[in-house]
Design a protein around this ligand. Structure first.
Ligand code: CA
Ligand code: CA
Ligand code: CA
Length: 254
């Protein structure tokens, strides 16, 4: 008897191309026993964990009726079953049985509202409207918690008319969240990428600053901070002096 546990990235209950197998997921097969009734003392349980590719198998087990289940206490990343559930199968004598792929989805959520933060205070004030039709991607770092490796999974959302977006049923862990700059209206500047963590059964509000004010990047990037410093220096040199590290230095003006 064998099967595969996969990460159901698009949460449709079946395995699609590119959806990775999940390792170390505990699978239990319980034989009903001679009395043919599940949950009685003559039941025989077999347990295993999935290999790195998500596959599992039980070899040389008796024929009969089995309950196949995933032990939820051993499933990491806040994942839970979407298409597997507990199932009962009959294993005929001398046969092999392939159990359908089982998909797991997460119990976490990322969401928020993207708005034109005109006064750049990080809060949505009265005149600041949501930005619709932005493509947002959230890349999960995957079971290995490392960015950019093969087990990463990418989720996406589009902001609605009020700038709201949400991605549900995703694993707990670390995400890089990005607004696709190609979908930003002209005149709006945004952040390159925000890294955020979310716990099982939790919602993380991800702040993705966007502003039509030219100096928005002062919030988010070292390069922009330098721009601000250059501006400050120019302002101060205009008065003939620069205040550096607590001391005044004279500077000749050409
Ligand atoms: Ca799927
Ligand atoms: Ca604001
Ligand atoms: Ca990874």
């Amino acid at each position: 008897m064998s099967g595969t546990i996969v990460h159901d990235v698009n949460r449709d209950g079946s395995r699609d191309g590119g959806e990775p197998g999940l390792g170390t997921i505990p699978v239990i097969a319980t034989l009903f026993g001679p009395d043919g009734v599940p949950g009685t003392t003559d039941d025989v349980s077999y347990s295993t964990v999935t290999a790195d590719d998500g596959s599992w198998s039980f070899a040389d087990i008796s024929a009969g009726n089995y309950v196949i289940e995933i032990d939820p206490s051993g499933v990491p990343h806040g994942l839970s079953e979407v298409s597997f559930s507990t199932r009962t199968v009959y294993l005929p004598p001398g046969s092999e049985m392939r159990i359908l792929d089982a998909g797991l989805v997460g119990t976490s959520e990322l969401s928020n509202v993207v708005f034109d933060d005109l006064n750049q205070n990080g809060a949505q004030d009265g005149q600041e409207t949501g930005v619709p039709d932005l493509s947002i991607t959230a890349r999960w770092f995957g079971p290995d918690s490392l960015d950019g490796t093969a087990d990463d999974a990418v989720y996406s959302a589009v902001t609605d008319a009020q700038g709201a977006w949400g991605i549900q049923q995703i694993p707990a862990g670390t995400y890089a969240v990005t607004i696709d700059s190609a979908t930003l209206p002209s005149g709006l500047s945004g952040t390159p990428s925000v890294t955020t963590a979310v716990a099982p059964n939790a919602t993380a509000k991800v702040v993705l600053p966007v502003s039509s004010s030219a100096s928005v990047l002062a919030f988010t990037g070292g390069g922009a901070l330098n721009l601000v410093l250059v501006g400050l220096v120019l302002l101060l040199t205009g008065s003939g002096a620069i205040h550096v590290a607590g001391s005044w230095r004279r500077r000749a003006i050409g």
